[in-house]
Design a protein around this ligand. Structure first.
Ligand code: XMP
Length: 327
């Protein structure tokens, strides 16, 4: 019989056996997999583990605080945050092609992670001469199966989870979630006392808000989208729909403007697209039939509270033919 307590005890023993007194590094994404993997490793070996969180500026509202405060408080993990928001904005300036965005984000992310890791290794040497030998990854069982099976959909979009790391990193991998499914990972996270916002978090793409701005990315557009996204998330949660909805991308059509009227004046603003979907595994999806009153509330709030947006539209396309994300 599956029992999260047993799995935790088993994994803790395994991690200790693998790592011994070695030093371990883990990149946190803000998502459930890396959060639970790191918490398991921390339970096993304590401060031999250091976590790195990259703030690339494409995060959702409150995401950094959740990791830096709530997660650290719940686990006691040593965390280093690297703030590279400027670097990412510069690298992405003027880029609107989705795949190019993904490549740039992936490349900058790896560069940042490598730098942070190099600094930590320097630091570790100064302390006790022991380099970091192990890297934690939150690989799940379905990821193992999928990469072994050569998934055909990989060519549609390069789904490099931003945690994906290049081959020349000379680490031994620690993968305590390799035999587990997502709901099991959530159960373990809850058992370990991790914050509910992280444990129950819906899927969110590694490239973050960067692939939810159709058009090029800049600070103003990111701020606008972050605000709209926070309103949608708040209202869906308040309506008790977090479990019914697989995820709800909120998309800014940055290159589209339409005429509106607000107060006494004519506006020429951007549309925000709501893309609520129901799904089992993200391979196929249907659009979620949200209550009209809820849609009205979300639409009113966004157009009232988010400057530059004068229209909210609903995506009523299933997958296929539409993908879940717009880019
Ligand atoms: P699509 O848009 O292909 O999305 O229907 C399927 C699932 O994958 C997520 N997604 C990504 N995740 N990096 C990620 O880590 C990406 O580049 C990426 N693109 C899509 C999407 O949110 C959905 O859950």
């Amino acid at each position: 019989d599956w029992n999260s307590g047993n799995v935790i005890a088993e994994q803790v023993a395994k991690i200790r056996a693998q790592v011994g007194s070695g030093k371990v590094i883990c990149g946190l994404s803000g998502g459930v997999d890396s959060a639970v993997a790191a918490a398991l490793v921390h339970k096993a070996i304590g401060d031999q583990l250091v976590c790195v969180f990259v703030d690339h500026g494409l995060l959702r509202e409150d995401e950094r605080r959740q990791v830096e405060e709530d997660y650290v408080k719940a686990t006691g993990i040593r965390l280093v945050t690297v703030d590279v928001r400027e670097q990412f904005l510069t690298a992405l300036e003027g880029v609107s092609d989705p795949e190019t965005k993904r490549k740039i984000i992936g490349r900058e992310f790896i560069r940042t992670f490598e730098q942070a890791q190099a600094e930590l290794i320097e630091e570790a040497k100064e302390i006790d001469g022991d380099p970091i030998r192990f890297l934690v990854q939150g690989t799940l069982y379905p990821d193992v199966v999928e990469s072994g099976g050569g998934s055909g959909t990989a060519n549609i979009k390069s789904h490099h989870n931003v945690g994906g790391l290049p081959d020349d990193l000379k680490f031994e991998l620690v993968e305590p979630l390799r035999t587990l499914f997502k709901d099991e990972v959530r159960a373990i996270g809850a058992e370990l006392g991790l914050p509910a916002e992280i444990v129950q978090r819906q899927p969110f793409p590694g490239p973050g808000l960067g692939i939810r701005i159709v058009g090029s990315i800049n600070q103003e557009r990111l701020d606008l989208l972050r605000k709209a996204d926070a309103i949608v998330r708040y209202e869906l949660t308040a309506a008790g729909l977090d479990r019914e909805i697989w995820q709800c991308p909120v998309v800014l059509l940055a290159d589209v403007r339409s005429v509106g009227v607000q107060g006494d004046g004519r506006t020429y603003g951007h549309p925000i697209v709501l893309r609520p979907v129901s799904s089992e595994d993200a391979m196929t999806a249907d659009w979620t039939r949200l209550p009209y009153d809820l849609l009205a509330k979300i639409s009113n709030r966004i157009t009232n509270e988010v400057d530059g947006v004068n229209r909210v539209v609903l995506d009523v396309t299933s997958k296929p033919p539409g993908t879940i994300e717009w880019e």
